[in-house]
Design a protein around this ligand. Sequence first.
Ligand code: DGL
Length: 278
Amino acid sequence: MDESTNSDIIANILVFDSGVGGLSIVGHIRKRLPSSDITYLADNRFFPYGLLSEQELTDRVSSLLTRVLSEYHIDIIVIACNTASTLVLPILRATLDIPVVGVVPAIKPAVKLSKNKIIGLLATPGTIRREYTDELIRDFAQECQVVRVGSNKLVEVVEQNMLGEQFDQNIYREILTPFTDHPRWAEMDTIVLACTHFPLAKSKLSLAAPEIKNWVDSGSAIAQRVTALLQKGASRRSHLKLDYPSNIVLLTDLSKNTGDCTQNFKRYGFDCVNLFEP
Ligand code: DGL
């Protein structure tokens, strides 16, 4: 995939997730669009999204994003969350007046990569049972067997790890047990990381399951899509001087933030962490 840099594009991109998962997308966007700013919104008050009902999630995401857009100059939104994207994208696109890019399970590229045509889909319990996920599998994975595993545990491990907690490497193999116990495990060569938290643990997962050849996520494709939309001129308002600091993190619950978390946000180019109370 073309990973070229575009430093002419100056925009303010909102990257949104329930927690730290969206940082796996931020890395790719920063590489491609080094002159653009990112406002990172984590709804950590309602974390984890994977355990919310569809109604709760739809209401929360719609109201939160409407509110943030009324207060910040944003050119484009990235819903850096499969759990939310697989549910609320149509509503957001119908109600918001700026482009909305969603992150959905990378089934299509995984099917191309898999030699044995047996792939694993690792996501939140919410994403696993979505109709949208059924459709993706029906449309793009007909010649494959897709083994679905929902793991809230891995979401929690990645989030806690970012807050400074250390985990034994064994926990990653345990999380993968529903795959390793599957009768066709020996043939499985590809796993889709269909939650944005999971690429942040990719090196630990591949250490836990060296049998898997391809760990597939959507990060690079999303950065490419954002670039293409901004190149097409997706309402670039934020070259006008912003009245708030650029490259900030907004958390809906500051009490869960720790020194470790702030340090980790810094590594992704964020200067400060603020409370956003809708
Ligand atoms: N990072 C999110 C996703 O891509 C959500 C994780 C959660 O809050 O359950 O699905």
